[in-house]
Design a binder for this molecule. Structure first.
Ligand SMILES: Cc1ncc(COP(=O)(O)O)c(C=O)c1O
Length: 366
């Protein structure tokens, strides 16, 4: 009987006592929204992200929306974004009142394609929103060039890429701002929803702090129509308890990825390349045109898999009204991609089980 390998494991593990102590501390304090835990977490997360400012918000989606709003990007404006991501990347653009415009992905890197991006620029384009997908940075050198040439804001969706680097530079510190998510499955996850904006720009950070809190400049004085999107004290305390583990957890993810990459690859499967040693392996996707059979084969061996993502964002009914451009590479990848289990608590035996399932796959004859 082989080892069972669930797709994820979200119950606190080595950090359980620290998480419990953090929860107890907040309960004892009697202070639950915008207090000392959020302030301390913002400073600690900014330092870990190698930027001067972090602003805790309600979700990663809100982080993107609030960056756009703080840059005065909204109705009538276009933001270029990839078809392959969590749909929230594009939904956040719509929540700001702007239109997401889809440029195709690079077939090897699986992130926004710089050439397609440049071709999608119009007079209404205000920002580029690359997504550092699966833990690997998009081609930020190319996007810095495009943003500078066309005078566009470069905003990084770093929800899946906490602590990732591009050519040694921390993601989120390259563009004007980065958005991250603390959704429980993320590399640094809360026990509920949470998100943050990271930036080097003091004015932008100050405006986002105002926007997350109803646009208030002082208590009950609303300067502008802000949102109500705050990271709460409990989640901030939990994230503070977990942040010291993140570097080790990232190392473990990389070690697991190294083992997966050492497995023999059957002809019907392919493994996307690692472009940057700063990859933090939020997910470990592989590609196959026999996905259903591969998932069934893995399950028989006790290995759970999931699909990130089955539907290209521009093909989502929710996007129909925005008249989105279709992206053929994104279409193909969404039809072939499948994620293997990837989280720090995987045991060496479980990793071996996944490798065995992966390497032994033989597609059914048609
Ligand atoms: C790439 C990406 N962007 C944005 C989001 C949105 O984050 P949240 O779920 O915290 O709103 C997620 C996670 O769902 C994501 O994976």
């Amino acid at each position: 009987m082989s080892t069972h390998v669930p797709f994820n494991a979200l119950r606190p593990g080595v950090d359980a006592a620290d998480v419990r102590a953090a929860i107890d501390r907040v309960i004892a304090s009697g202070w639950f929204v915008l207090g000392p835990e959020v302030e301390a977490f913002e400073a600690e997360f900014a330092a870990a992200s190698q930027v001067p400012y972090a602003v805790g918000v309600g979700t990663g989606t809100d982080a993107i929306t609030l960056i756009l709003r703080a840059l005065d990007i909204g109705p009538g404006d276009e933001v270029i974004t990839p078809p392959l991501s969590a749909a929230y990347s594009a939904l956040a653009v719509m929540m700001a009142g702007a239109r997401p415009v889809f440029a195709d992905i690079d077939p090897a890197r699986l992130t926004l394609d710089p050439h397609a991006t440049e071709a999608a620029i119009t007079s209404r384009t205000k920002a580029i929103l690359p997504v550092h997908l699966y833990g690997q940075a998009a081609d930020m050198r190319a996007f810095e060039g495009i943003a500078a040439r066309h005078n566009l804001a470069l905003i990084e969706d770093a929800a899946q890429a906490q602590l990732a680097t591009f050519d040694g530079r921390a993601v989120g510190s390259i563009g004007i701002a980065g958005a991250t998510s603390f959704y429980p499955t993320k590399n640094l996850g809360a026990l509920g929803d949470g998100g943050a904006v990271i930036t080097r720009d003091a004015q932008l950070a100050a405006r986002i702090k105002r926007l997350r809190n109803g646009g208030q400049t002082s208590r009950y004085h609303h300067q502008e129509a802000g949102a109500n999107s705050r990271l709460d004290e409990l989640q901030a305390a939990i994230l503070r308890a977990r942040l010291p583990y993140l570097a080790d957890w990232t190392k473990r993810r990389r070690a697991i990825a190294g083992r997966y990459r050492s497995a023999s690859v059957p002809p019907s499967l392919s493994v996307p390349r690692e472009f940057d040693a700063g990859h933090v392996y939020h997910l470990f996707p592989v590609l196959t045109s026999c996905r259903e059979a591969f998932q069934a084969h893995c399950l028989v061996q006790g290995v759970e898999t999931l699909i990130h993502y089955p539907v290209p964002i521009p093909r989502q009914p929710a996007l129909a009204a925005t008249n989105p451009a279709m992206c053929p590479v994104g279409d193909r990848v969404c039809a072939e991609i499948v994620s293997l289990p990837m989280y720090p608590a995987l045991s060496d035996d479980q990793v071996s089980t996944v490798m065995g399932a992966f390497s032994s796959f033989v597609p059914p004859t048609r």
